[in-house]
Design a protein around this ligand. Structure first.
Ligand code: CA
Length: 226
């Protein structure tokens, strides 16, 4: 899951990036409305957290332009003051949720999870054989035993589990798992897939390499699969 954070308060932005990265999200952080406008037009984000009070064009204007382009990216608005006027305007412009500063990180994280869930699917768990990915807790379980995984490994598994039966390209994985600030080695995705494949194979879940295309987890018990 890739999130765009637009916040010009550097201290707050750094804290949010840390918290979201720890929760296994990929985060791109920028600090102006102009950059937000460009980023949202160019990248398929799963969610944007948008401060209203930005230098240059405001968060509300970014939101207006986004919805004018018919983009459905979920938007969580942030503002320094909980003024009824801003809130109503934001919701009218198509924001999905609203958080007034100051807020607690767990509340922000809960709202992020709720918005991503709304976008992704109706049920919070994805099952694959005896494996279960809990999208709320962001953990993977095997017969209710949690499996020890890094944030990046969890992000890859979530991405693949949401696309079981479909080939996921290396480019898509790179886009979803690595932000602009990340120093991505050319073989980073291969190394990550190799690690996750090793961890999943003992649980009856195989990540196949489809040469020249990407990676695939077959539907379980699909006729003709192995
Ligand atoms: Ca601000």
């Amino acid at each position: 899951m890739r999130i765009l954070l637009v916040e010009d308060d550097k201290v707050l932005a750094d804290a949010l990036v840390r918290a979201l990265a720890q929760a296994a999200y990929t985060v791109d952080a920028i600090d102006t409305g102009e950059l937000a406008d460009v980023a949202l037009a160019q990248h398929p984000y799963d969610l944007a957290i948008l401060d209203i009070g930005l230098p240059g064009i405001s968060g509300l204007e970014v939101l207006r332009r986004l919805r004018a382009r018919k983009s459905l990216v979920p938007i969580l608005l942030l503002t320094a003051f909980d003024t009824l006027q801003d809130r109503v305007k934001g919701l009218d412009l198509g924001a999905d949720d609203y958080l007034a500063k100051p807020f607690d990180l767990p509340e922000l994280e809960a709202r992020v999870r709720a918005l991503l869930r709304r976008g992704a699917q109706a049920t919070p768990d994805i099952e694959y054989g005896d494996l279960r990915f809990d999208t709320v807790a962001r953990r993977l379980y095997h017969r209710d035993q949690p499996i020890d995984l890094s944030a990046r490994e969890l992000a890859l598994i979530e991405l693949m589990f949401l696309r079981v039966g479909r080939v996921v390209s290396k480019e898509h994985i790179t886009n979803q798992l690595y932000g602009w600030g990340d120093d991505v080695a050319p073989n980073a995705v291969e190394v990550l897939v190799y690690r996750v494949r090793k961890k999943l194979e003992s649980f009856g879940c195989e990540i196949k390499t489809i040469r020249g295309m990407g990676y695939l987890i077959e539907r379980p018990n699909e006729p003709g699969a192995d």
